[in-house]
Design a protein around this ligand. Structure first.
Ligand SMILES: [Zn+2]
Length: 340
């Protein structure tokens, strides 16, 4: 009699366990059947009514029922755990063979872009790209370029002097000297690089900026060569035909020396605020290499001649992209840099 009731209870409970939709429903069934006030506990209360003969068998049956139900609950619970794990594995699956997302691709600094373009151009014209030290000797930065000791460029206010007499180079021109010393004539070279002046920083002045020096030493080099290379250079940088003019200018390391102006790229000549109504914009100093400079680097000025020019890379980048504050270039501000 009791056996039958237990069997019925077990088979009903097993069906409910099997049918539980989620862990919450399963727990409710467990409390119902195996809980302190559950249906199995009700049977235990009936024990008092049984005869002494019947009790051992009923106890065994009850224990067996309890064990089989507990096993069924555990089994179902484990199945729920597995399916939770499996759905997480499906949802959070990652294909490790795909490329990593990584940082967004960057872009080259505007000065670097112009520098690369000019290097490509001059390389195609047979020029070597030379590098030189940023910490220079006074000799290479000044003396060898025919800049005498009393010249204002040597002023403590303009130059970062180091202990021991060296200095941060104030222009890329010392690389000319090093190029002539090392390679000798004939020589075609450009030297891009970082230069330093002891400047009060404002919208148009920086203590650190970029220049590009160019030099050609050969037999019978004339101002016509200089003009040809300058026009080729500027047309490439500004991506259109440009008109240039030379005005006399004094620079100790060239003779004759010139200021090269480019016809205003904004108004094309008639005059506008950018060119201060003149139609021309002052761009770079250049000239034929001074005989003293050639001689000091061991080149005979009676046999060889040359032209040289110095280009402000920073200035050129500002002109090409219409940047009106030089401080932006070294600000490291991504809002500015990501535009290029
Ligand atoms: Zn203009």
């Amino acid at each position: 009699m009791l056996d039958e009731q237990i069997n019925k209870l077990v088979s009903e409970a097993l069906a409910r366990v099997e049918g539980a939709a989620d862990p919450g429903a399963l727990e409710a069934v467990r409390v119902d059947v195996l809980g302190r006030k559950g249906s199995l506990a009700q049977f235990s209360k009936e024990f008092g009514k049984l005869s002494a003969d019947e009790r051992p068998r009923a106890g065994q049956a009850l224990n067996a029922a309890k064990a089989s139900l507990e096993a069924a609950f555990e089994g179902k619970k484990a199945a729920f755990d597995r399916s939770v794990l499996e759905s997480r594995l499906r949802a959070e699956w990652v294909d490790l063979t795909l490329p990593a997302p990584g940082p967004r691709p960057g872009s080259l600094h505007p000065v670097t872009q112009i520098q690369s373009e000019i290097e490509d151009l001059f390389t195609s014209l047979g020029f070597a790209v030379l590098d030189g030290p940023e910490v220079e000797t006074e000799y290479h930065n000044f003396d060898a370029l025919n800049i005498p000791p009393e010249h204002p460029a040597r002023d403590m206010q303009d130059t970062f002097w180091l202990e021991g007499g060296n200095l941060l180079r104030t222009h890329t021109s010392p690389v000319q000297v090093r190029g002539m010393e090392r390679l000798g004539p004939p020589l075609r070279m450009i030297a891009p690089g970082r230069t330093f002046r002891n400047e009060e920083v404002d919208a148009s002045h920086e203590h650190t900026f970029y220049q590009l020096e160019g030099m050609m030493v050969d037999r019978n080099v004339s101002v016509a060569h200089l003009i040809y290379f300058m026009k080729t250079l500027l047309s490439a940088v500004f991506r259109r035909e440009v008109t240039v003019r030379l005005r006399p200018g004094f620079f100790p390391f060239v003779e004759p020396g010139f200021e090269l102006d480019v016809q205003c790229l904004i108004c094309g000549g008639p005059g506008c605020p950018v060119c201060k109504q003149s139609g021309w914009v002052e761009l770079l100093p250049c000239g034929l290499v001074h005989p003293n400079v050639l001689r000091m680097s061991g080149i005979d000025p009676d046999q060889w001649g040359g032209f040289a020019f110095g280009l402000g890379l920073t200035r050129l980048a500002m002109m090409r992209y219409g940047i009106d504050d030089i401080r932006l270039l070294q600000s490291g501000d991504l809002r500015f840099l990501s535009q290029f």
